[in-house]
Ligand binder design. Structure first.
Ligand code: MG
Length: 372
């Protein structure tokens, strides 16, 4: 089998508001083969920069568009293709955009392999640890502590027993920070897990004070309290609190995860399959974490392609902790983009059993929303 086409498709709603809404646009990668089998991937990054990294021309030995490199290759050779893409972009992306773009291609290749063999991706990865995976409903905070409490109650009513709130207005002042967590706990009740995503707002000492205060509300983890590059701050923080500290969504490729684990000493390693280097790299990151006694979780705030990829990966490693799931069923791009609409049941997501990723595009959505 040979790869015949690599397409980076940018989809965007006609009106995109300046808000932290993950359902307004998407960069989807489609890889086609001469066997008539195609695969899907996704990249959550700067969409047109990713498209340029894929569509761009060959420039010289260590800078090349990715599509140029993979055309004509056998999609089963994912490890070889990963290194071919990496080595041919030493100038333009040992971290960041090029690794993000590689993730979308790698994901699509695993989808093709699964479809060709009639097996779900997790089976090719050697998985089979679970039949379903516990998920948490992932949400932004309400504008006020009281609104946050109300949101928590609604997720509880929908059957979730783990809920995460994140970002604004966390970080504005101590009193608001503490009230947000207190009201979230009140809305959730005592018998559910509460996860807090601070959103990169503090220095290490402030984060330690907040972690100690939030411990009274028995939070499951405190995510990204510090700037992504503050590995020394992460180390000081994790050594000083019993609250689990989670981070990782800003990292790309296993070497940057080594910094987070060995310098930053975080307690939970978060991996976004659409940015870390795809399945090929995510398996290695999970292994590095396992060797250090660390659990991992996915990061995913975009489409159901990302969630499906995460379920295959989490089902293929021994140290999966929990699955992030954006549980908003609005008529945004996420709900329209794919034929499969994922739903949690009693706080769990079923492991997909169809060949490949098990997710297909709704072609009408591509026609309607594709802008590049
Ligand atoms: Mg986060």
């Amino acid at each position: 089998m040979k790869i015949t086409k690599v397409e980076a498709m940018y989809l965007r709603l006609p009106e995109v508001k300046e808000q932290c809404d993950s359902g307004q646009d998407a960069l989807v990668v489609r890889v086609e083969t001469d066997a008539g089998i195609s695969g899907l991937g996704e990249v959550d990054s700067a969409p047109l920069a990713v498209k340029a990294a894929i569509d761009g021309p060959y420039s010289h030995t260590i800078t090349s568009g990715l599509a140029h490199l993979v055309l004509g290759e056998d999609p089963f050779e994912t490890e070889k293709i990963w290194h071919k893409m990496y080595n041919a972009n030493i100038y333009s992306g040992r971290r960041g955009i090029a690794i993000h773009a590689m993730s979308g291609i790698d994901m699509a290749l695993w989808d093709i392999k699964g479809k060709a063999l009639g097996m779900p991706v997790w089976k090719l990865l050697g998985g089979g640890f679970h039949s379903r995976i516990r998920c948490y409903a992932s949400s932004l905070f309400g504008d006020t502590p009281e609104e946050t409490g109300e949101l928590a109650r609604r997720f509880r009513d929908r059957g979730f027993n783990a809920v995460k709130f994140g970002w604004h207005p966390m970080g504005e002042d101590e009193r608001t920070d503490i009230a947000l967590v207190r009201e979230a706990r009140r809305g959730l009740g005592d018998d559910a897990d509460l996860l807090i995503d601070a959103g990169l707002v503090w220095d290490a000492k402030t984060a330690l004070q907040r972690a100690n205060a939030f411990a009274e509300q028995r939070i499951f983890w405190l995510e990204e309290p510090l700037r992504a590059d503050d590995y020394e701050g992460y180390r000081k923080l994790t050594e000083s609190t019993s609250v689990r500290i989670a981070a990782g969504e800003e990292e790309s490729n296993r070497l940057s995860y080594l910094d987070l684990m060995d310098r930053g000493r975080v307690d939970v390693v978060q991996v976004d399959l659409t940015r870390c280097g795809g399945f090929t790299e995510a398996m290695k990151i999970a292994s590095l974490a396992q060797d250090r006694g660390l659990p991992v979780a996915n990061h995913g705030f975009t489409t159901y392609i990302n969630v499906m990829a995460a379920l295959h990966w989490l089902n293929s490693i021994p140290n999966a902790l929990i699955c992030e799931f954006v549980a908003e069923e609005e008529t945004n791009l996420r709900e329209q983009l794919t034929k499969q609409k994922l739903r949690a049941k009693d706080g769990y997501l079923e492991i997909p059993q169809a060949p490949g990723l098990g997710i297909e595009l709704e072609e009408e959505a591509i026609r309607r929303y594709r802008v590049a």
